[in-house]
Write a protein that binds this ligand. Structure first.
Ligand code: FAD
Length: 376
């Protein structure tokens, strides 16, 4: 079967769907092919919730997050579904990181308050803090109900007459004019091909001679039954607790519980290995952290979810172009919140920002340890 489109998007995760929605809005004929189908546990954009915050240490991400909140709200209006639950966020941990976050948020025009130890305790009564501890609080943060957000974005894409082929695997891409995308079932011609294949992006790009350092790893999140915490702020711990574990983050999820997890991937993961059963050791590690930092926090587990993410060495995404191929990958464990705001970044079909360049010096010649912590 042959068909022709302006753009073929490989992957219907958050990057792919957001890109397709934006391209269709710009009048392009778009096809998306997804190997597993959205919602499959092997994909990164699957799960009940994702944290959202504007607390970043670079104004680029702060501005993008503010844009994302506006766009998620527009998607709520269009779909009639609640997607955001914003209760604010308290950040704590490394002083240097907190200072960088406060500076970047203010530079981008956002509001963030500094907290001393007493302020930290007021905002997060469960957290054990020392008199010298400091923190930050900002209101533009909380939870994206990610399954609902994905469904709303997918409905938008389908209403725009985007051709969605799932489950269907892209097996080969032959760059040219037009470029040929070969799937298990069809051959698609397109002027531009967007690689938004999450953990599989590295392998697809390798086949095209485009080498970028990507390291997929597994991450596990735990939802604790805690209806009394549903309006409490999310948390973001930067730099871990001095034991090399990476930080912990969390947020309240209406109807489920308080989600809490480490900001490190657990271990390297080959994307083609089906390995997404909950790991009791990871949960024990999380409870050990709670014993040290939040001993009064509730402990009844409602749900555990385990999915992959894909780190770059510097924690920034890759959104760039190589001939007819557009790269939209390297989520580094923090892309979901940007949701519909990722669409315009990728749809422009060029390097989105020097931070996201595929040949930036912080990528060249570097590899990434799969269990590196999220640093952005
Ligand atoms: C447990 C966990 C917690 C997270 N928490 C947060 C958070 O709190 N806040 C936040 O902002 N982000 C968070 N993230 C990160 C966020 O979810 C990811 O950055 C984002 O979902 C990445 O989306 P993606 O579109 O790049 O990848 P994916 O969602 O994996 O999409 C890629 C798609 O490509 C398809 N595909 C692959 N190969 C092929 C092929 N050959 N042919 C066709 N299709 C193909 C796959 O089927 C898949 O659907 C978390 C991630 C995990 C796993």
């Amino acid at each position: 079967m042959h068909s022709a489109f302006d753009v073929a998007v490989v992957g219907a995760g958050i990057f792919g769907l957001a890109t397709a929605a934006e391209l269709a809005e710009r009048g392009k004929r778009v096809a998306i092919v997804d190997r597993f189908g959205s919602g499959h546990p092997a994909t990164s954009s699957t799960g009940r919730s994702r944290g959202i915050r504007i607390a970043y240490d670079h104004p680029f991400y702060v501005t993008l997050a503010m844009d994302a909140i506006r766009r998620w709200r527009a998607l709520e209006d269009a779909s009639g579904e609640q997607i955001l639950h914003l209760t604010g966020q308290v950040d704590f941990g490394l002083d240097s990181k907190l200072a960088a976050i406060a500076a970047a948020v203010r530079e981008a025009g956002g509001v963030i308050d500094e907290l001393d130890a007493a302020g930290l305790s007021r905002k997060l009564p469960h957290l054990l803090s020392a008199p010298e501890d400091k923190g930050l609080f900002h209101a533009q943060a909380g939870t994206v109900l990610s399954d609902t957000g994905m469904a709303a974005l997918k409905a938008k894409v389908l209403a725009q007459d985007v051709a969605l082929f799932e489950p269907e695997r892209v097996v080969a891409i032959e760059p040219g004019d037009p470029t040929l995308v070969v799937t298990e079932k069809r051959r698609i011609h397109a002027e531009t091909v967007v690689i938004a294949a999450g953990p599989w992006s590295g392998a697809l790009l390798d086949q095209l001679g485009i080498v970028v350092p990507l390291a997929p790893s597994i991450a596990q999140v735990t939802f604790i039954a805690a209806p009394e915490l549903v309006d409490q702020p999310g948390i973001g711990e930067w730099g871990g607790d001095g034991e090399g574990l990476g930080g912990v983050y969390g947020h309240p999820v209406p109807g489920i519980g308080y989600k809490i997890a480490f900001s490190t991937g657990q271990k390297g993961w080959s994307p083609d290995v089906a390995e997404w059963q909950a790991d009791p050791q990871e949960q024990a590690r999380l409870f050990a952290w709670l014993d040290r930092r939040m001993p009064e926090f509730p402990r009844q587990v409602r749900l555990t979810q385990r999915h992959p993410w894909t780190m770059t060495p510097d924690g920034d995404f890759i959104v760039d172009r190589a001939g007819p191929i557009v790269l939209a990958c390297g989520c580094s464990g923090h892309a979901f919140k940007f949701g519909p705001a990722l669409g315009p970044l990728v749809a422009d079909g060029k390097q989105a920002h020097p931070l996201l360049a595929r040949d930036r010096t912080s990528l060249t010649g570097r590899t990434v340890a799969a269990d590196d912590a999220i640093t952005r």
